[in-house]
Design a protein around this ligand. Structure first.
Ligand SMILES: [Zn+2]
Ligand SMILES: [Zn+2]
Ligand SMILES: [Zn+2]
Length: 368
């Protein structure tokens, strides 16, 4: 501030300048089991889970997969599916779909392997709220339970959810770090004086020997930011002077899904399978599943081993694995070859939903 500002309004030296928005390092004590809190916005990951938790896949368990049937699609079903597909494309005529002659409907065996791993992750961080006399569940009621001992109600299996809870007995009250326990902070715009230099006459009270009408010749005006008070109610404690600090535990339940379909049909884009369902003829659920063995398609066995290892490596050290589920689906896929107006075409019918993929279709223009 310049010297000219010195004689502006009265200023209360007891009202502090604004402090930091978050508690500074060392402001809060370390609570056993929740080490490393620096009072910042970032939550601390709380891993690994306790050593007592270490599930192992059941050994010597052969995952036996039942026989599978290859679904077939009739000519009527294939034609109906194609008609629906054609209707969704405004530039296609339905005439070829109604009049085509099928040559072959070839079912193709497509398996989809899916591995789901349902995990729970816990993180924690200090939170605070203005203190105005609410109950304080502090250490006088006992030691805080360690992070993985805080009891939580489980959501339905395989459903994603996030819940935040206060760690029992972790609460404490401290003077507000923003206002130093004053409840007010000095206005930074007028430096606590409640008055600011008049912007029209630059504090001179006059310009070109005329009395300034904006400040009535006073050279200063009431500060609009603090309404002339020189201070503002503290935005952190809302004037309560104290804050209630507590550790907030964030519990995240998440289902991670990996899918794999061996590419057996180069003409058919495998991405299309993502939007359709299949027939899950094999479902295996356990805390940890064991790689599939003895399935006729060796690639499925191999990918089961690979993905199970990947999931274990990815989640075991940071999360609690609550449940795993692996499944093999038979995803219907039929290659339909037909002729129309003396030319050969083909399309695919796929998924339980009988979706159609056709890279070529006899257009009305080329035929007429
Ligand atoms: Zn003025
Ligand atoms: Zn002000
Ligand atoms: Zn405050």
């Amino acid at each position: 501030m310049g010297e000219q500002d010195e004689d502006l309004g009265a200023f209360d030296p007891n009202i502090p300048e604004e402090g930091p928005s978050a508690p500074p390092p060392g402001w809060l004590d370390v609570i056993h089991g929740y080490q490393g809190h620096k009072g910042g916005e970032e939550d601390n990951p709380l891993y690994p889970p306790p050593p007592a938790y270490n599930p192992q896949p059941e050994l010597n368990r052969n995952t036996v997969v039942p026989d599978i049937r290859v679904p077939t699609v009739s000519e009527d079903v294939a034609r109906e599916a194609l008609l629906k597909f054609v209707e969704s494309k405004w530039k296609y005529s339905s005439k070829p779909a109604r009049n085509l002659v099928f040559k072959e409907l070839k079912p193709i065996t497509v398996y989809r392997y899916r591995l789901e791993t349902y995990t729970e992750t816990r993180t924690s961080g200090w939170q605070f709220e203005p203190y105005n006399g609410q109950a304080v569940d502090g250490p006088q009621y006992g030691a805080s339970p360690s992070p993985w001992d805080v009891l939580m109600a489980l959501p339905p299996r395989f459903s994603d959810r996030v819940e935040k809870v206060r760690v029992p007995h972790s609460s404490l009250v401290k003077p507000c770090h923003k206002c130093n326990g004053c409840g007010r902070t000095r206005c930074g715009h007028c430096f606590g004086r409640g008055l600011r230099r008049c912007p029209f006459c630059h504090g001179h009270g006059s310009s070109r020997n005329k009395r300034c009408t904006s400040c009535q010749g006073r050279g200063r005006k009431r500060c609009t930011f603090c309404h002339g008070h020189g201070y503002k109610t503290c935005c952190v404690c809302h004037g309560n002077q104290s804050l209630l600090h507590f550790i907030q535990l964030t519990v995240t339940w998440k289902n991670d899904v990996s899918n794999f379909i061996p590419d057996r049909q180069p003409d058919f884009p495998d991405k299309k399978f993502e939007n359709v369902t299949g027939d899950p003829f094999f479902v295996d659920e356990s805390v940890l599943v064991y790689p599939i063995q003895g399935f006729p398609d060796q690639e499925i066995c191999d990918v089961s081993t690979k993905l199970i290892n990947e999931h274990l490596n990815r989640f075991r050290s940071t999360s609690r694995i609550l449940q795993q589920r692996q499944s093999i689906e038979m995803v219907p896929l039929t290659h339909a070859r037909y002729s129309y107006s003396g030319k050969d075409f083909s399309f695919y019918v796929y998924g339980v939903e009988n979706q159609v993929f056709a890279s070529k279709y006899p257009s009305a223009c080329s035929i007429l």
